[in-house]
Write a new protein. Structure first.
Length: 253
């Protein structure tokens, strides 16, 4: 499944970035955005995932996110998430940079995770910026307003037309620029600026590998493509690394 060159580059890597998208969570039962069953085939992003949409109909957007929050709570990390969490321990620097808001990397045990599009488990008040986590306030039955100031409460996720969180973006660029290997996993690579990251890695000399059963906009820029589901490819990659004698580096941290 993997070339000898890839396994060698990865075995010797000091710094690795796993850039992930909705595809890594697909096998946990979380629908992706694009493709036949994708979320954006049933809903219009501009009606649900933008500030204009929220201000036009706050209860609708809050309820949609409450429904998604419920889905995320009911699913579990899959073998792909778990393999990445295990790989983290094999390298001096291993960073997951994710576009997902589902918290599944954390739940799988990954420690170094940068969430470029926020996390659905957090919300905040647009007026006083009070922050809420998950069930702290009841989100999902009609309009939810801030118990402190009655302001509108929104999910702490990035909507279309909004900037990515500054710290996460800067740290992601830093990790990518110094990466020896970048894995682009389960993303269609069409949403910018996040999709720039694998290309930036390549520009800075990383060996860039896509893991995705389908061709994407990024495929042709990759050094190698693995046409496989991430829940199959990533555990296999972890086994190969173990077999290649890559040791746990926890004591080096
Ligand atoms: P997409 O839905 O655009 O792409 C999902 C990708 O996962 C596709 O390329 C699939 O081929 C691939 N895929 C499906 N099943 C897979 C599996 N089992 N293993 C590996 N890959 C698999 O999702 P994203 O690229 O994450 O943004 O979308 C990027 C952003 O667009 C999202 O963060 C969201 C969305 O609109 C915002 O909400 C701001």
């Amino acid at each position: 499944m993997f070339s000898a060159q890839f396994v060698t580059r990865l075995s010797k890597a000091q710094s690795v970035v796993a850039f992930t998208g909705a595809g890594i969570s697909a096998e946990s039962g979380v629908p992706t955005f694009r493709g036949n069953q994708g979320i954006w085939t049933k809903f219009k992003p501009e009606e649900l995932a933008s500030m204009d949409a929220f201000l036009a109909n706050p209860p609708l957007v809050q309820e949609w996110y409450a429904a998604r929050r419920k889905v995320f709570r009911e699913v579990s990390p899959n073998a792909g998430h778990v393999a990445l969490a295990r790989m983290e321990k094999l390298f001096q620097r291993f960073t997951v940079v994710t576009q997902n808001i589902d918290n599944l990397h954390h739940r799988a045990g990954s420690l170094s995770v940068l969430e470029l599009h926020g996390n659905i488990g957090r919300s905040y008040c647009l007026q006083c910026y009070r922050e809420f986590v998950d069930d702290e306030i009841e989100l999902g039955s009609g309009l939810t307003s801030c118990p402190t100031c009655s302001g509108l409460v929104r999910p702490d996720v990035v909507w279309f037309g909004e900037q990515l969180p500054e710290h996460e973006w800067a740290e992601s660029v830093r990790a990518i620029e110094s990466a020896d290997v970048v894995l682009s996993i389960g993303t269609s690579g069409v949403v910018f600026p996040a999709a720039e990251l694998p290309l930036l890695g390549k520009y800075h000399g990383a060996y860039v590998v896509e893991i995705n059963p389908e061709e994407t906009d990024l495929s042709r820029s990759m050094d190698e493509v693995i046409r496989e589901n991430s829940s199959i490819a990533l555990p296999e990659l972890f086994r190969l690394l173990e077999r290649a004698g890559v040791q746990q580096t926890e004591t080096l941290r």
